[in-house]
Write a protein that binds this ligand. Sequence first.
Ligand SMILES: C[C@](O)(C(=O)O)[C@H](CC(=O)O)C(=O)O
Length: 307
Amino acid sequence: MNATQQNVSAPARLRQLLSDPSHTVVAPGVYDGISARLALAQGFECLYMTGAGTAMSRLGMADLGLTTFTDMHQNASMIASINPSVPLIADADTGYGGPINVAATVKAYARSGVAGLHIEDQVQEKRCGHLGGKLLVSREVYANRLRAACRARDESGSGIAIIARTDARAGKDPEGNGGYDEAVARLRMAAEIGVDGLFFEALQSKEEAEKAISDLPKIPVLLNEVGGGRTPILAVEEANKLGFRITIWPTMGLEAVVPALENAYSALKKNGKSPEDPALGPSKLFEVCGLKDLMAFDESVGGKAYQ
Ligand SMILES: C[C@](O)(C(=O)O)[C@H](CC(=O)O)C(=O)O
């Protein structure tokens, strides 16, 4: 942590990072305490709490709108508290209801030290933005969600960044509006309402990403880097050249963990023993989650339990 990061709230730190127009914030996807710890240990300047990962790790369920406000808020609070000097951008899905729910969500995330969140225009029965057949709320309902989010941000006094996400590129509202132009129109409307950043979900190609940057208002635009999704993966440098100011990598932790766990459990089932030899062992494992610091704290206040 350097001097400018000290005594600065997480939203203020995120705003500092976004105030440099030549910089692209890199936020790896995390979904629980261990993934957050491992990403923090790499020294990332920002983290992203994935809703898909929260659904899978906390509920054992696919990303189909099953996570409630409580699931998402508890996870975001826990992750944000591990290292409050590193800003966390957290998924807030649809905001979990009408305008008063959206406002309550923003205020609760802000009170928990979350630096930024995104609110989208899918219906409550939402799905991962990279699946087909997405249904959207009307522009009017989306505008209400965003107005509620911005008002709650202002009333909270926290400076939490509101990022407007549209799923219009690969979705349709009840009148059949959808596609590229509808996505641009919705994000322009969002900027007029006063959001802090824009999230154009499911960009279909690098050329389209480039076009979107030139068609969108000049506030920070986020690029969603989902491996195997609808948008080609762009290296951070490339995303920066195109003008994206935030990159999130939602599923990268899950992509690493799912095959590793599959291998470990299948080895036990097949061979009657674990595949790791030698194993890290408990103290190395717990060290990922602060073992030495916790013990040192205890000792520093006179505790004798962990000497
Ligand atoms: C960004 C996202 O909302 C998430 O939950 O992390 C997902 C990612 C995913 O499901 O692959 C999304 O893009 O909808």
